[in-house]
Design a protein around this ligand. Structure first.
Ligand SMILES: Nc1ncnc2c1ncn2[C@@H]1O[C@@H]2COP(=O)(O)O[C@H]2[C@H]1O
Length: 658
């Protein structure tokens, strides 16, 4: 019995006209349901789908090649090319979606894993994310302003309700987008959806976001629609507003103007809330019951909603700007309200003064640092790196100028801080684990903290090594010269850079670095200079042998360590060479000495002749009568001299012989 699959060639693959997958046992044209078409067995159905999947796959490849050929053949008019790409893209997209859903079916996995939209991960540095959080400012500010306003002014209820639920929709969308937003881990963007989900769903932020979306509106049924304050939980999204404003601040070309504007917006919201509370209190006490409260509504001058708002806002602004030209309170509630307001006003005023001061200082600093001569400005890419650096500091709650700050402390206090902060890292390093605490404390003071940005090289192969490094935080890769191929990844608590400074016997690279080390994300390292390491190791022979052993292992793996027999042979050769050189030097010295001796002898003889000449001249002079005594003295001296010169020559001779 031949089993024929209907429709593989002439119908939508795998479906007969009746719409079901069938296996026909009779001659069948596949256009009408026939008695021979029986429901497909599951394995046949699977085969059929598999077949369709393969066909589609082939089709996509075919389409792809046609389009690339078209792209090459068509005259290079931009319109043609772009149209072709668009068409190709559209058809590919359809096919991919189709294949994706088939794959889902094939692997029996839920669709969401394969739908491209749900695969989507946002880079927080991208424009879209930036635009989105700017958009999110609207619903958050709306809730900040409107919740309290609609509580006291119930007009336009349908408008408020519509906007309320629109803002809720945006809140939900924001949660989805947050779930799909990558984050920086040590400067590396994490795009793995599972990790993103895990991180967000287990964060406090998720709880806060969820709480801000709790349907507290159901409380309207209990308290009535006139109580929009039940939606106060929507204000839990305020941190998102801060994030949006912070991002704007880093992008704007006028950060100082922006900071002042941001402060003004905060003050505006504060005054707005206070104005609404003032109106509510006036309502509670009774409009127009005294001079302090809002005037009576029966007066047409104060009846309009606009006038009500402006009056209350003006009243509140007077207090918060510490102008204080408001009517005196009469009742206790009014006094309490004023006291609380005046206390807040002091803080508001102080923050205005402080912020403006900061702006002026930062203006000066920024100009000095980034625009020293106003002719140069830093590139966009460098700006981005600086932004990322500050983000990294902010995310990891790190402080800058740590050393500079520590410099101001007394030595013993600095030591204590360094020990308490860095000792834990040091004690994780295998070589120092067995060391005494006192020595580790000594070592801590010799460490210099260094930070490397993503992609930055800590050392390059072939450089002369001056220090070794201990990883406090972050990940670094041992990379090939292409900068991409990774041989190993070093993480927290490990060390590197010791080979080139240790003088390991048989190390072919001498004092040169054996590998390139590149920081993967941001890395916090401690560097320890060659001299300090030598001092430390002289007190820790065990650590020294551990370091050397590790170095030797790496060198052996790299084939950069000479064999032990070879090393000894080389050492013997070196000693032989040294002896030969010393013998040569000795010979040269001996020749020089012999020459000097000859010279000395000849000059001695000359001197003697000269002295004799002089003596005979003196003797002639003395031969005259009356100088007999002096003549005898002279002769005695001459004899004496002769003896001493012979003695001297003998002494030199003996010395040289020796
Ligand atoms: N394969 C490797 N695995 C781990 N560390 C390595 C490897 N190759 C080189 N290193 C380290 O990288 C350092 C580069 O500088 P040094 O040669 O001084 O010392 C080297 C080692 O500490």
């Amino acid at each position: 019995m031949t089993v024929r699959l209907i429709g593989v060639s002439n119908l939508p693959v795998g479906l007969n006209v009746s719409g079901c997958l069938s296996v026909c046992l009779l001659p069948c044209n596949g256009l009408e349901p026939c008695p021979g078409c029986i429901p497909a067995q599951s394995h046949l159905e699977r085969e059929l789908r598999q077949h369709k999947f393969e066909m589609l796959d082939r089709h996509v490849i075919h389409e792809n090649s046609i389009c690339s050929r078209k792209l090459l053949d068509t005259p290079r008019s931009t319109i043609n090319v772009s149209n072709c790409i668009k068409r190709h893209y559209r058809s590919l997209k359809k096919e991919i979606l189709c294949i994706a859903s088939l794959k889902c079916w094939k692997r029996k996995t839920p669709d969401y894993i394969y739908l491209p939209l749900l695969f989507w991960v946002l880079d927080p540095a991208e424009g879209f994310y930036y635009v989105w959080i700017q958009v999110m400012i609207l619903p958050i500010v709306y809730n900040c302003v409107i919740i309290i306003l609609s509580a006291i002014a119930l007009n336009y209820l349908p408008v408020w309700l519509t906007l309320d639920y629109l803002s809720d929709v945006m809140y939900i969308a924001d949660m989805i987008i947050t779930l799909h937003t990558g984050y920086l881990d040590q400067g590396i963007l994490i795009k793995d959806l599972t990790r993103l989900k895990d991180r967000y769903l287990h964060s406090k932020r998720f709880l806060r976001d969820l709480a801000s979306l709790l349907p507290t509106d159901f409380l309207y049924f209990a308290f009535g629609i006139q109580t929009p304050l039940v939606r106060i939980n929507r204000l839990l999204r305020l941190p998102r507003l801060n994030e949006a404003l912070d991002r704007m601040e880093t992008r704007t070309s006028y950060p100082n103007t922006f900071r002042i504007s941001k402060l003004m917006i905060y003050i505006f919201v504060l005054i707005h809330w206070n104005a609404c509370l003032y109106f509510a209190l006036s309502n509670y006490i009774g409009f127009g019951s005294d001079r302090w409260v809002y005037p009576n509504m029966t007066d047409p001058q104060f009846a309009s909603l606009r006038r009500q708002y402006f009056y209350c806002f003006w009243f509140s602004a007077q207090i918060f700007t510490t102008v204080g030209d408001t009517p005196l309170p009469n009742r206790e509630e009014e006094y309490l309200f004023m006291i609380a307001d005046l206390l807040i006003a002091v803080l508001v005023f102080a923050s205005i003064v402080g912020n403006v001061g900061n702006v002026i200082t930062s203006l000066r600093d920024r100009d000095n640092v980034f625009f020293p001569d106003h002719d140069h400005y830093i590139s966009k890419e460098l700006r981005q790196r600086i932004d990322n650096w500050y983000q990294h500091l902010h995310i990891n709650k790190k402080i800058m100028r740590e050393n500079e700050i520590l410099q101001h402390l007394p030595v013993h206090m600095r030591t204590e801080i360094a020990v308490s902060v860095h000792l834990s890292t040091l004690s994780k390093v295998t070589i120092f684990q067995s060391c005494e605490k006192s020595l580790l404390e000594e070592l801590v003071l010799k460490l210099t903290p260094q930070v490397f940005s993503p992609g930055e090289y800590v050392c390059r192969k072939g450089d002369v090594g001056h220090e070794m490094y201990i990883i406090k935080d972050g990940k670094l890769a041992v990379v090939a010269d292409d900068g991409i191929t990774q041989f190993a990844v070093l993480s927290e608590g490990t060390f590197f850079g010791e080979i080139s400074i240790l003088n390991i016997k048989g190390n072919k690279s001498g004092n040169r670095r054996t590998a390139n080390i590149r920081s993967i994300g941001y890395s916090d390292l401690f560097s320890l200079s060659k001299e300090d390491l030598r001092d430390v190791l002289s007190e820790f022979p065990a650590a020294k042998s551990h370091l050397e052993e590790k170095g030797r292992q790496i060198l052996t793996k790299m084939g950069m360590l000479e064999e032990s027999g070879e090393v000894e042979k080389k050492e013997a050769e070196k000693v032989d060479k040294k002896i030969a050189r010393a013998e040569n030097n000795l010979e040269v010295l001996q020749t020089k000495l012999a020459r000097l001796m000859v010279e000395l002898e000849s000059s001695n003889q000359k001197l003697q002749i000269r002295v004799e000449q002089l003596e005979s001249e003196v003797a002639a002079l003395l031969a005259s009568p009356g100088n007999r005594e002096e003549r005898e003295i002279m002769q005695a001296r001459r004899r004496e001299k002769k003896h001493s010169s012979v003695r001297h020559d003998c002494h030199i001779f003996v010395h040289l012989r020796f």
